[in-house]
Write a protein that binds this ligand. Structure first.
Ligand SMILES: *Cc1c(COP(=O)(O)O)cnc(C)c1O
Length: 389
């Protein structure tokens, strides 16, 4: 029945498991273990646990299972494994599926820790990784070869907000027999059409929009049952990247309001990006929701994040940051509070200068994650700060 529900109904009711008390709000099962009725039941459960049978919280827990089933339903994927953080999800999805001698192709514009896994960790274990410019399909065609195991990219890149054509890349990957792994943080489950576009696995940092109030870390790996309940689950349950039941509960409740929040934040981002485009003092405004964006057609909704390039480089960008009153200088995104980040000196500080230049991370670039404040207040704050520059 729940498969036919529309997204907002699934977000509120999907995956619910009730205890004998019939609690309306989902319970937090803050337990690492489970009491078996007898020795035979324990043996049977270790042999093959049913969907509502649990063994140990590193493997699964009722609250965690509610979050997994709810987000799998929203994303239109068969199965999900929830993880301690977004990075545990990225690491699990990649490491569970490769072995020495395998070949992986990845887009170069990646979240720093994702880049570390692909550039430093996997090659140490004999996995060959080729990097490409994600928006250039010819580079994908040249790099993906028969026997390539995984193709990995962020659907929308951070912080320059380039949008990758998931369907086109997936077609190239599938022709070579590769699996497509998409990090979908910027698209969010609200706007994601990753399954329709041919993604095999989707990973989210739930820390971002799914919590949406900056409280805790979490992540999730979504995909076909035979992969998620097969190699991914086996890898995750033995390596310890499980999410805490409490954090899973925060994420589960976050899903109930995700659609409302993300649409309101996206509306704010659109208002601000449109108001700032072409403004004196700004060299660029990057937002997929603007018709001027080169990949506007691939993500017309635009999402909750945009970037600006302050003319005058780092000194001007710092003056701008330090003049803001409502916007918080921090590095999370998708939060109810609007957050502004200077990637060149924080999240991307360690990248060599040449790599920053190549990725468009200029000294004046600022990434803005729009929260739930009134867009007019946010715009007034930005305009006041621009005058200080
Ligand atoms: C934040 C983020 C991650 C990592 O998530 P954590 O929850 O911080 O571990 C991975 N990929 C992208 C695109 C992100 O924005």
């Amino acid at each position: 029945m729940s498969e036919n529900w529309k997204r907002c109904t699934k977000a509120v009711h999907g995956g619910t498991r009730r205890s004998q008390y019939g609690e309306l709000s989902e319970a937090i099962f803050l337990t690492q273990g489970f009491d078996y009725p007898n020795a035979e039941a324990a043996e049977a459960r270790f042999e093959q646990a049913g969907p509502d049978e649990f063994i140990y919280a590193r493997y699964g827990n009722p609250t965690v299972a509610m979050f997994e089933d709810r987000i799998a339903g929203l994303e239109g994927m068969e199965a999900a494994f929830a993880t301690a953080s977004g990075m545990a999800a990225v690491n699990g999805a990649l490491t569970a599926l490769v072995a020495a001698g395998d070949h992986v192709v990845a887009a170069r514009a990646l979240f720093g820790s994702c880049l570390y896994i692909l550039e430093e960790i996997l090659p140490r274990f004999g996995v060959e990784v080729t990097f490409v410019d994600g928006t250039d399909l010819d580079q994908w065609r040249a790099a993906i070869r028969l026997g390539t195991r995984l193709v990995v990219f962020e659907a929308v890149s951070n912080p320059t907000l380039e949008v990758i054509d998931t369907r086109a890349v997936a077609d190239i990957a599938h022709a070579a027999g590769a699996l497509v792994v998409v990090d979908n943080v910027f698209t969010t489950p609200v706007f994601s059409r990753a399954v329709e576009m041919g993604a095999d696995l989707v990973v989210y940092s739930a820390t971002k929009h799914i919590d949406g109030q900056g409280r805790c870390l979490g992540g999730v790996i979504l995909g076909p049952r035979d992969i998620v309940r097969g190699p991914v689950e086996t890898y995750m349950k033995h390596t310890g990247g499980a999410i805490s039941p409490f954090n899973a509960w925060i994420m589960l409740k976050g899903l109930e309001t995700l659609d409302l929040r993300v649409r309101a934040q996206t509306r704010g981002a659109r208002i601000l990006a449109q108001a700032l485009e072409g403004r004196a003092g700004l060299a660029r405004v990057l937002y997929p929701g603007l018709t001027s964006h080169p990949q506007h057609a691939l993500f017309p909704q635009g999402g909750t994040v945009f970037s600006i390039d302050v003319a005058g480089g780092q000194a001007a960008a710092f003056r701008f940051l330090n003049a803001l009153k409502i916007w918080k200088i921090s590095n999370n995104l998708g939060d109810a509070k609007s957050i502004i980040t200077h990637p060149a000196t924080t999240t991307h500080q360690r990248l060599p200068e040449a790599a920053k230049t190549h990725l468009g991370i200029t000294p004046g670039l600022l990434r803005l994650s729009v929260g739930l404040e009134d867009p007019q207040d946010l715009l007034d704050d930005l305009e006041r700060a621009l005058q200080r520059v």
